[in-house]
Write a protein that binds this ligand. Structure first.
Ligand code: BG6
Length: 488
């Protein structure tokens, strides 16, 4: 009998004429092909309404790969890769076309095959595509596996996410569903697990006894650009907090899983999210700051007078033994002064200071910063004695940069890892239904308060670090935002 792993594999992309396919998916598949990581027999079938032929699709994808694969594009390799690309004009909202589509796929396969469906479409099409695929026999695992990758956003609040999960589960088992959060596939994010659980020296101090607080910053220097319509409906909470940032919180906060498999990992991440305290409406003013950059309202497709936040800072609390009383300050924004994502662990100061300090010279707590991007690495800041002084202290850094230690290895694009894992049936880096719902449980009350205009939206200058209110927010706790990896 042929094992599923020996069968040919078909990757079917819905939304194949869109940006995501051209910028990310095809370049990622092309790289995987170059590294000989794709199944021996595979084909990619692009579906979308645009009336392209196989040749036009291949040509468009070649242009995209050349642009987005940069220096790594190799025409000689593109040739053999492009022979695997096919295209079928298809309107996914027309149920009557699914039989034809399936017949076309089967015709190309010429025998049993595994199928990976990638929904690279606008989110309103997810339920309909899954429903019609399910009704027309595309999701049933008879000969070969069937898997579906779903892009974000996964719902726009808890009720819509519950409904989407309900539809998905009507036609698919949870093990067939791969919900993408591209942050989880960043090397530096995956390294958090190795850093915490592959070393013995950090875990014993990774708790409320030693850690004063945690800061997570995801700053972007670009504004919302041409995505005004999408962004105005989403804002920073749906765009960054509900998914990427809460995933980072869960990875920092989770307990050690017993093994490195999708089930064990996702159980622990879920438990960490379940410990995040829901912010009561009356405390919202204390726990969050929201902002909007100046000029946002002039963006195309942004509603007049929109209050959509392009920046937010939130103080999260986790109610469990490890983290009780340790605030997690999380902030993200568009049009800030730099593009950088960093996790900073601020340790407590020594319980007693035996050194003579000058006036206004407080003893500082150690700081560990994990730079997710762009200068991927880890910095540990500690105090050192300044030479030729009795006991004057200065903070110094111990630094690890990926570029120094793994310089010859190009850090792959997140989509490479994700596509490969989905092909291999490893769901560790994908978000499970329960975590998605848990994240909405945390974000929904914040959205409700913001959308009702119950907390003020502070304006901030483009190219700044966000509204001044966010600095005051930390100052109230006697703290300040710090960036260990980001050098001014
Ligand atoms: C996406 C958001 O999910 O993540 C974008 O929709 C944001 O608004 C992007 O710019 C940030 O991703 P990265 O990998 O550039 O940090």
């Amino acid at each position: 009998m042929t094992e599923p792993n020996d069968l040919p594999t078909t990757i079917v992309i819905f939304g194949a004429s869109g940006d995501l396919t051209a910028r990310k998916l095809v370049p990622a598949l092309y790289h995987l092909f170059g590294k000989e990581r794709l199944p021996e027999k595979f084909r990619v079938i692009g579906l979308s309404r645009t009336n392209w032929s196989d040749e036009t699709f291949r040509e468009k994808m070649r242009e995209a790969a050349q642009t987005f694969a940069g220096d790594q594009f190799d025409q000689d390799q593109w040739g053999p890769f492009s022979e695997h690309l096919h295209y079928f004009p298809f309107d996914m909202t027309e149920e009557s076309l699914y039989e034809d589509c399936l017949a076309h796929i089967c015709g190309l396969e010429d025998g049993p095959a595994n199928r990976l469906f990638y929904l690279a479409t606008a989110p309103q099409f997810f339920p309909i595509a899954v429903e019609y695929m399910g009704k027309h026999g595309m999701t049933a695992e008879k000969e070969g596996w069937r898997r579906v990758i779903i892009e974000k956003p996964f719902g726009s609040d808890l009720p819509s996410a519950l409904e989407l999960n309900r539809v998905l589960h009507e036609y698919l088992h949870e093990h067939q569903i791969y919900r993408i959060d591209h942050y989880l596939a960043k090397e530096t994010v995956q390294n958090l697990l190795v850093f915490r659980f592959g070393n013995a020296i950090f875990e014993p101090i990774w708790n409320r006894n030693y850690i004063d607080h945690v800061q997570i910053t995801a700053a972007e220097n670009v504004d919302v650009g041409h995505r005004g319509g999408y962004y105005d409906e989403s804002g920073v909470f749906r765009d960054m907090f509900q998914n990427h940032l809460l995933q980072l919180v869960s990875l920092v906060a989770m307990e050690a899983p017993a093994s490195f498999n999708a089930g064990a990992l996702r159980n622990e991440k879920f438990k960490a999210l379940a410990a995040v305290r829901e912010i009561p409406a009356e405390a919202m003013g204390e726990e969050i700051v929201v902002g909007q950059y100046e000029g946002y309202l002039e963006t195309d497709e942004v509603v007049e007078g929109s209050r959509t936040p392009t920046y937010a800072a939130v103080r999260f609390w986790l109610d469990n033994w490890r983290w009780q009383g340790v605030p997690f300050y999380v902030r993200s924004g568009k049009a800030l002064c730099d593009k950088t994502t960093e996790i900073l662990i601020k340790f407590k100061t020594p319980p007693h200071n035996m050194f003579p300090m000058g006036p206004g010279e407080p003893i500082r707590g150690n700081m560990l910063s994990i730079c997710v991007q762009p200068d991927e690495g880890i910095h540990l800041r500690f105090e050192a004695k300044v030479p030729d002084t009795p006991a004057k202290m200065r903070s110094v850094d111990m630094e690890f940069h990926y570029s120094d230690d793994f310089g010859d290895l190009v850090i792959p694009e997140a989509y490479e890892r994700l596509l490969l894992d989905a092909l291999n049936g490893d769901a560790s880096l994908f978000t499970r239904a329960d975590s998605i719902e848990e994240a909405w449980r945390i974000i929904d009350p914040i959205l409700q308060v913001c959308e009702a205009g119950l907390i003020p939206t502070a304006k901030y200058e483009k190219g700044s670090w966000g509204p001044k209110e966010a600095d005051k927010f930390l100052a109230r706790d006697g703290r300040r935002w710090q960036m260990g990896c980001w050098h001014e």
